[in-house]
Structures are given as structure tokens and as C-alpha cells.
Design a protein around this ligand. Structure first.
Ligand code: NBG
Length: 970
């Protein structure tokens, strides 16, 4: 296969001399300098290397002379009236032609023909120059005539052609001077990052403005994605890749004496979410932008994101994540986009047109201020908005408190408004009916709806058109108050009659649930709602009344069922069932995988499914290949492009299936292994820097990274590791040579109040302490707990994993998305048949993964058996080791052991232990046969296309939201 030119992402690792010879010569392997992780990534501090830029200054002027590229546009060419001639004079450099054609592609222009001349005495002053003329037409095959478009084309080309020597560098230096306010002759890595980020942001803003103007002009039906959580991670790399300016930025930085990778690590994660649900929202935003959908994300701008996990003596401690400490260049504060949000107070009856109507007299008003985060699509100009709300004290002065004379206290009280958006709740499963949580929910729902309705009213006057223009997606039940809020606005403020408003509401909402457990569903105590949002409670009661009356007609007076299906739950604490509210009022209820959907229909929402089968559907989750391959694994990305002969898979991920044909190709195998090895070396270096543990890259890297939960069974993994350790210890020396060395890597956060999960973390660290310090075991087994697992850590760990574990008790993981990220990166899965794994099996086949464990339909019967359930001896013996204090902390671990023995083993660790060990043994066996392993790895990537969020979003767009792409032309 001939090497095609692909963008050059430079691996940060130098091949060690022993392997360098084996490295193929293709461009994707070019490596430059020794890897050095910035201490910022490792220790959470900023890595400061100030430099004096005498040399930079010099290079500036040289480049200024060399960079004089010119672009001329000629619309008078008589030869072809349908094209515009664009003449580019520039100094030649590798990849420049590709950059130019890419710009045309992004702009939606067709290159009809092109000519090249070399210009020996060119503008570059001695360098080789070319004059290239492109004859291009717009997507309809016409000449481009309007001045604005021509100007944009010119600017985009200049941006691209000038590359590192041109505008980007100038912009960075300008931002150093005017935004960061440092001298352009002396700035450090962090300041360089800030300046670069602002330069990228400028480009994002241009596209974002154009997109918003285009949407406004076209006025398509829009999707509003309401989610209380978005786990965006870092933005820099993703933005420059999606904008297609990654190489330009790297070149510009190089000339300034900086390295892109080092600066990228200066950025902290935006961790405005807990786990799967929140990262899914982020992936879906990327797909919505890339696929040109007219979409808005709405959420909360927490001042404190998900806590930082610090491990001290093996125990988890939580520290606040004040992620805004050093400013956030990726957001735009919209001081003029503010809305009042009201709370508390009373509801009164008021005479109206001879009848009466309800009027809510709120007791407190807080201001919501918009912060816009532009989300760029890949290979398109479309850049959509993630609008996050921050709470600020209202401008309205509460005269009463000021008049009491206690000025200081009055100010302090007002300041409290800000607490609404101050902190993210760190538990992703249980909801405790806290007032602040409810305030957060209503705050973001109310501000978002005011914004959405204002936008609708800008160009429409009749609310009957609302469902034609607006789709509202409820990401789990957290935004479900939006239903009552829309009713309130339509009835109380817009004065529609109840039935007409209800008709509208029933057409606009869709709801996706992310849990399988009835206990995971939110309930809000009626007392709380009554005090905080009295009018909303009335509305929910009214909705429930009509609905129950209707239900009685449909199902008769089956009071058990009626009470199960009611939105209002009677009991010791009367409460509102948010999921029931969402189901009753949404036109579609989506699950997140096929298995999940079955569970919803047969267990969790069985009553509702029987009533409204048409409402129930599912869209299997997906993840974006842009972040999870292109950004996080650039070498693999380049390798895939090379072997597929195209980069088109980045937008059309189904093309990955083309790798199947090459799964046995020995050349590909060699390159594939090399990429994987480099990624493992990167990970090994990270592990050593972080924990001091040296690991061997020839060992199998076996990873489990996700939130710590009993149902995810990190404990099963640890007990398996103890078993492996015990086996090695008891083995004859001669047998040890047959052991496949393993590096077991576990990472994840436990909710601060989740005791058992915290004990699992401690056990992991205690076992690691023992094993890693046992010279008898050496490289045969290592266990590493990676602290503070977050999106950036995942980006580093996933590409370096050989094996990853997704081992939840069958029937508990709604979908899982980590498995998809590993799959895309060619990591083999060791898994139970839970959530989306069942669908992965369909794509890559059972033979290409390691499956084990009880099946979903077997689980209930196994649980019934309680203490009589047979568990293997090995299980009892590893638990005994923990109980006996082999790893210390006997008393502390006792309750953990009790959770899996004596009939308490709800998650069936004991029952599944035997088959878990067998699956592990099968993985060992496969790993020894590197050819087989590599084939399985290639087939994993090749089969991952179905698990792109592009596919998920397309299904939502067509089947649930009824929206169409709206592509911004230039
Ligand atoms: C999680 C589920 C996962 C699922 C993601 C995304 C929450 C509350 N739920 O199985 O546990 O993949 O949602 O749908 O984060």
C-alpha cells in the first residue's frame, strides 16, 4: 500500500533506539522530541518555564518577510463563466496543497480544475515559491460573486497558507500582549496557552456568529438539549482539530519556542458533570455541530465542577475544583443575555375577563447570566452554542432589607444568590430531595425557556407554531420541571387556555432516561416544591388530575396500577415522581441501548409501556470519534487514514469497517503494534511520574476506569487480582515463566457519601501496596490506582490499554460508553453481556472479546437463592485473605467483605467469579499470540463505527426530534 499524505501529528515520544529501526518510514511516525509531561498534568500545578524571546523576536521578522503569501481572486476569466479563479502565490511547504484543498472543502467549494507554476524568484526571498490557480465553484456549480463570500474565502486561505509563520503567530503575540498582558518577549507556558486559546477562540467566534446568523435567517426547527451536566474536558486540541488549524498552531508555536502538546496540557478540565450521562452530552454536542443540526445545549455554569480526588494513605479525599481560577477562554460572558428567575412566594386568584386566573407572586428573584461556549463542528463552518447559566443577584433592590439599616447584611444576603450555580452535586445515582438541587434545576430550566421562547417570539406570533420550531430534549429527569414551566408560561403569561397549552406541551418534549434502577429515579417532596415553586406544584397537580381521569377510562379502577402510575406519590413523604411526569408529557421516551429499552418496557416503566407502547424507543449511545480517536490517539488516527486512504472516516465513521479487509495484513499489524506500543510507553511514563511505579510495556495493560459503584464491580476486579497474586506466590519458579505479565490499572471517583465505594478504593490501594512492593512478583503483576480520573486522564489511558473491563452485573448498566471508546482504540474488551455490550458483540463477534458472567435473564433467579447460591472455593479464599487482614485494615474492610458473602452478594460477584477467571485466562492466552491479538484489536476498531454519537444523533434527529441539518455556507 502506498503511503498517502496524512496530517502530521507528532508523537511526543522518541522511539528508543532498539525499536527505532523497526519504525516504518511513513509520515505518521515522525517523532521529534523526548516526551516530557508537564507537571501541570501530573500534579495539578501550572508548569512554568519562562523564556526570554530574543531569538523569537528574530524569527518573527524573518517569517514576516518569508510569509508574504498573496491571494488574488479573478471573476473575469472568459474561459469558464461558472468558476471563480483563485490565484495563490506562496512559499511551498510540505502539505500545503492539502491544506488548501481542505479549506476549499470546508468552505463547500468545488475545485473544477487547477494549474501550478513554480516561481523561482518568488516572494519568499530565496525559498521555492509556487503560483497555483484554482478554478472553483460553489455547491450549486456557480461562480462566487458576492463580495462578502469572496472576502471570507480569501481570509480562510490566507489563514491556512500563512500557516505557522503568519496570522496565528501574530494573533498569539497580540493576545500575549493585550489579553494576557505580558510582554511579548517573556511569557511562560501557561501564558502561551492562554494566548493561543484566545487566538483559537477568535476563530471560533467568527464561525459561531456566522452560524447563528444563518440559523436566524433560515429559521429551521431547532433542538434544545437540556442537561444539568456536561463533561466537556479540555477544549484546545478538540477545537483546533475541528477547525482544521492544528498544524498551523503547532508551527506558529514552534517558531515562538513552544510546543503544542505541552501547552495543551496547561488546560484544566471543564468537569461540569459526574459520569456517563454528562460525557454523553458532550459527545452529542460535538456530533450535533459536525452534522450541521440547528442545536443549542443548555446547562449550568457551576463554579465548582466535580470534586478533585486526592488519595492520601490510599483513602479518597475530595477537594473543590475551582476550575475558573485562571479564567476560561472557551466561554463568552453575555452580560446582556440575562433573565430573572423567580422562587418562593404565593399564588393568588385574580379576576380576568370575567373569570379568574392564577397569579404567582414570587418571593425571591435571581438573575441568570448566559455564558456561551462555542462548539465547533468538524469539517464544517457550523459552530453551535452551549449556553450555561450562572446565578447573580438581581438588580432589583430589595428596599426593605436596605431600609433596616443593616447594609452589610443586605449585601451579603443578595450575594447568596450565587450559590445556586456554585456547586455540582457529586452523586450520579441518588437524589436526596435537597432544596438547592431543586433550585438549580428550576433556575436553569426557567432561564433556558425564557431564552427559547424569546427566540421563538422574535419571528413568530402564534404559539400553535411552537412545535414546528422547537424540540425540547430532557436529558434524564433533571430538567423535567421544564414541562410545568412551559405550561405556566403559556397559560399564566401568554394566556392560552389550558387545553391548547397542553396540546403544545405534548408535542415538544422528548425524554431520555439513563438508569435502570427504579431507586435511581428522582422524586421531589411535595412540601419542598410547594414552598419553592408553588404555582408549579399546582400545575403538576392539574396535569396529574386530568391524566388520572383519562387513565381510569383506559384501564379502569385498578387502584394499585393507578397509584403506581400517578405523578404524585402518596406515602410518608408525599412526593412528585419526576420520571412519571416526564413520561406522561413527552411524545417519546428513549432508552440508551436495546437491552436498556427492554428493561424499561418490561420492568422499570412496564405500566406505561403497556399504555403507550408507541412512546417507547431507544437510541444506543455513541461517542465521538473526533475526541476519542483523532484528539486522543493521533498516531492511530493517522494510521487509520493511511490504510483507508482517506480521512473521511472522521465524519463518516462507518468507513472504519474498511479495516476489516486488512485485518490479516502483516504490514498493518506491524504498524498497528508500533502505534499501540508508543501509546503504552506514554501511559507507562505517566504512571511512573504519578505514582513512582515502573511498569513494563511488554506486560498486558488491563484497565478499568469509570465511576466506582458496587454494580460496576471494581471489587470483582480487585478480588481477581488478589487471586492472580496468590497463584503467582504459590507457583513453582519454573511455572512463573509461563505467566503473562499484567499491569492492572483502576481509576474512578466515589461519590463523597458512598462509603462502600470509598472502601473499594482503599482496598485497591492496599492490595497495590502489597503487590507492588513484593520483589518475589516483580513485573509479573502490578496494580496501579490512577487518582483523579477525568476526561483528560481517559484520553491518555484509553489509547494505551490492551484490555479493558466492563463487568457490571448483567441488567445494571443502561448502556456504558467507556466500552465504545476502548473499542475504537483497538483495545479488547473483557465484559459481561450488559448494556450496549450486547450490541458490540453483534458488530465484532464473540470471538473477538472475552465474555463471561450470568446473563440478564438469569440474575433474578440467582438472587432468589440467597445464601444457598454456590460460589467457588477460590472466591471464598480471596475474600478470606481480605478478612484476615492480609492487606491490613481488617476492621475497615469487614463490611466490604460482608457485602459479598453470607447471602448478601446482591451483585453476584461470587457467582460470576469462576467465569470471570476463565475469561481472564482466555485473555492471557490470546495475548501470547500477538498476531491473533493484533487481528482482534484491528477488528475491534473496524467494528466500532456503529458506536459513534453521529449515528445516535442522526437517529434522534430523524425519529425523535424531527429536525434537519442547516449548513452554514461559508
Ligand atoms: C449513565 C449510565 C450509563 C450510560 C450513561 C449515558 C448516569 C446517571 N447514567 O450506563 O449509568 O452509558 O448514563 O447514557 O450517568
Amino acid at each position: 500500500m502506498s503511503a498517502i499524505s496524512v496530517p502530521l501529528y507528532q508523537s511526543k515520544l522518541t522511539f528508543p533506539s532498539t525499536t527505532a529501526a523497526a519504525a516504518p518510514s511513513s509520515s505518521f511516525f515522525v517523532s521529534t522530541n523526548k516526551l516530557s509531561f508537564s507537571t501541570a498534568l501530573l500534579y495539578g500545578t501550572s508548569h512554568v518555564t519562562s523564556r526570554t524571546l530574543a531569538s523569537t523576536n528574530q524569527s518573527l521578522s524573518t517569517t514576516a518577510a518569508a510569509a508574504a503569501a498573496t491571494i488574488e481572486i479573478n471573476n473575469n476569466g472568459p474561459s469558464d463563466p461558472h468558476t471563480t479563479a483563485i490565484v495563490i502565490r506562496a512559499r511551498n511547504r510540505i502539505g500545503l496543497l492539502q491544506v488548501i484543498t481542505r479549506v476549499f472543502k470546508i468552505l463547500g467549494l468545488l475545485i473544477v480544475r487547477a494549474t501550478v507554476e513554480m516561481d523561482e524568484g518568488g516572494s519568499g526571498g530565496g525559498g521555492e515559491c509556487f503560483i497555483k490557480t484554482f478554478y472553483v465553484s460553489d455547491s450549486h456549480g456557480n461562480r462566487i460573486e458576492d463580495d462578502q463570500s469572496l472576502e471570507k474565502i480569501k481570509k480562510a486561505l490566507i489563514d491556512a497558507v500563512d500557516g505557522g509563520g503568519g496570522e496565528v503567530k501574530k494573533d498569539i503575540l497580540d493576545h500575549v500582549e493585550y489579553t494576557v498582558a505580558r510582554s511579548r518577549f517573556s511569557f511562560d507556558d501557561f501564558e502561551a496557552y492562554q494566548a493561543l486559546a484566545h487566538s483559537v477562540r477568535d476563530r471560533l467566534i467568527e464561525r459561531w456568529h456566522d452560524t447563528q446568523i444563518h440559523f436566524k435567517k433560515k429559521d429551521p426547527k431547532r433542538i434544545y438539549f437540556l442537561s444539568l451536566e456536561f463533561l466537556m474536558g479540555r477544549s484546545l486540541s478538540n477545537s483546533v482539530i475541528n477547525l482544521g488549524i492544528r498544524d498551523q498552531c503547532a508551527d506558529a508555536l514552534k517558531e515562538l519556542g513552544f510546543e503544542f502538546e505541552v501547552l495543551a496540557e496547561q488546560e484544566g478540565d471543564a468537569a461540569l458533570g459526574n459520569g456517563g450521562l454528562a460525557r454523553l452530552s458532550a459527545c452529542q454536542m460535538d456530533s450535533l455541530a459536525t452534522m450541521d443540526y440547528p442545536a443549542w445545549g443548555y446547562g449550568l455554569r457551576y463554579q465548582y465542577g466535580l470534586f478533585r480526588q486526592v488519595i492520601l494513605d490510599g483513602y479518597q479525599h475530595e477537594q473543590p475544583d475551582y476550575w475558573l481560577n485562571f479564567g476560561n477562554p472557551w466561554e463568552i460572558e453575555r452580560v446582556h443575555v440575562t433573565y430573572p428567575v423567580k422562587f418562593y412566594g404565593t399564588v393568588e386568584d385574580e379576576n380576568f375577563n370575567g373569570g379568574s386566573r392564577k397569579v404567582w407572586l414570587p418571593g425571591e428573584t435571581v438573575e441568570a447570566v448566559a455564558y456561551d461556549n462555542p462548539i465547533p463542528g468538524h469539517g464544517t463552518r457550523n459552530t453551535i452554542t452551549l449556553r450555561l447559566w450562572a446565578a447573580k443577584p438581581s438588580d432589583q433592590i430589595d428596599m426593605e432589607s436596605y431600609n433596616t439599616g443593616d447594609y452589610i447584611n443586605a449585601v451579603v444576603n443578595r450575594q447568596r444568590a450565587e450559590t445556586i450555580s456554585s456547586v455540582l452535586y457529586p452523586d450520579d445515582r441518588s437524589y436526596q430531595g435537597k432544596e438547592l438541587r431543586l433550585k438549580q434545576q428550576y433556575f436553569f430550566v426557567s432561564a433556558s425557556l425564557q431564552d427559547i421562547i424569546r427566540r421563538f417570539k422574535d419571528s413568530h406570533s402564534n404559539f400553535d407554531d411552537f412545535p414546528e420550531k422547537v424540540a425540547l430534549q430532557l436529558n434524564d429527569t433533571h430538567p423535567a420541571l421544564a414541562i410545568a414551566e412551559v405550561m405556566r408560561v403559556l397559560v399564566d403569561e401568554e394566556h392560552l387556555d389550558w387545553n391548547r397549552a397542553w396540546g403544545i406541551v405534548c408535542k415538544i418534549f422528548s425524554f431520555t432516561t439513563h438508569t435502570v434502577l427504579p431507586e435511581g429515579l428522582e422524586k421531589v417532596p411535595v412540601d419542598l416544591l410547594e414552598s419553592l415553586l408553588p404555582r408549579h406544584l399546582q400545575i403538576i397537580y392539574d396535569i396529574n388530575f386530568d391524566y388520572i381521569e383519562e387513565l381510569k377510562k383506559r384501564i379502569g379502577l385498578d387502584y394499585d396500577r393507578l397509584s403506581r402510575m400517578s405523578i404524585v406519590e402518596d406515602g410518608a413523604v408525599k412526593s412528585i415522581r419526576m420520571a412519571n411526569l416526564a413520561i406522561v408529557c413527552s411524545h417519546t421516551v428513549n432508552g440508551v441501548s436495546r437491552v436498556h429499552s427492554e428493561l424499561l418496557k418490561t420492568r422499570v416503566f412496564k405500566d406505561f409501556y403497556e399504555l403507550w407502547p408507541h412512546k417507547f424507543d431507544y437510541k444506543t449511545n455513541g461517542v465521538t470519534q473526533r475526541r476519542w480517536i483523532v484528539v486522543s490517539n493521533p498516531s492511530l488516527s493517522a494510521l487509520i487514514s493511511k490504510w483507508l486512504g482517506t480521512e473521511a472516516w472522521i465524519r463518516d465513521v462507518g468507513l472504519l469497517a474498511g479495516l476489516q479487509e486488512q485485518a490479516a495484513n502483516v504490514d498493518l499489524h506491524e504498524e498497528w503494534r508500533m502505534v499501540r506500543k508508543v501509546n503504552k510507553m506514554r501511559l507507562a511514563e505517566y504512571i511512573e511520574a504519578m505514582s513512582g511505579i515502573k511498569v513494563s510495556v511488554s506486560a498486558m495493560f488491563d484497565v478499568q476506569i469509570k465511576r466506582i459503584h458496587e454494580y460496576k464491580r471494581q471489587l470483582l476486579n480487585i478480588l481477581g487480582i488478589i487471586h492472580r497474586y496468590d497463584c503467582i506466590k504459590n507457583m513453582e519458579r519454573s511455572d512463573r515463566t509461563k505467566v503473562v505479565p499484567r499491569v492492572c490499572i483502576i481509576g474512578g471517583k466515589a461519590a463523597p457519601g458512598y462509603e462502600i465505594a470509598k472502601k473499594i478504593i482503599k482496598l485497591c490501594n492496599a492490595v497495590a501496596e502489597k503487590i507492588n512492593n513484593d520483589p518475589d512478583v516483580g513485573d509479573l503483576l502490578k496494580l496501579v490506582f490512577i487518582p483523579d480520573y477525568n476526561v483528560s486522564v481517559a484520553e491518555l489511558v484509553i489509547p494505551g490499554a490492551d484490555l479493558s473491563q466492563h463487568i457490571s452485573t448483567a441488567g445494571h448498566e443502561a448502556s456504558g460508553t467507556g466500552n465504545m471508546k476502548f473499542l475504537m482504540n483497538g483495545c479488547l474488551l473483557l465484559a459481561t453481556e450488559d448494556g450496549s455490550t450486547a450490541e458490540i458483540i453483534e458488530e465484532i463477534g464473540e470471538d473477538n472479546m472475552f465474555l463471561f458472567g450470568a446473563k440478564m435473564h438469569e440474575v433474578p433467579a440467582l438472587r432468589e437463592k440467597g445464601p444457598t447460591l454456590k460460589v467457588p472455593l477460590q472466591f471464598a479464599s480471596v475474600v478470606r485473605m481480605v478478612r484476615d487482614g492480609y492487606f491490613g485494615f481488617r476492621d475497615y474492610f469487614e463490611s466490604l467483605c460482608d457485602k459479598v458473602e453470607g447471602g448478601n452478594d446482591f451483585y453476584l460477584l461470587g457467582y460470576d467469579f469462576q467465569s470471570y477467571l476463565e475469561a481472564q485466562a482466555a485473555a492471557d492466552k490470546a495475548f501470547v499470540d500477538q498476531e491473533k491479538w493484533t487481528r482482534m484489536s484491528i477488528l475491534s476498531t473496524a467494528g466500532s463505527g456503529r458506536f459513534s454519537s453521529d449515528r445516535t444523533i442522526e437517529e434522534y434527529a430523524e425519529k425523535t426530534w424531527g429536525i434537519e441539518p442547516c449548513k452554514c455556507p461559508f
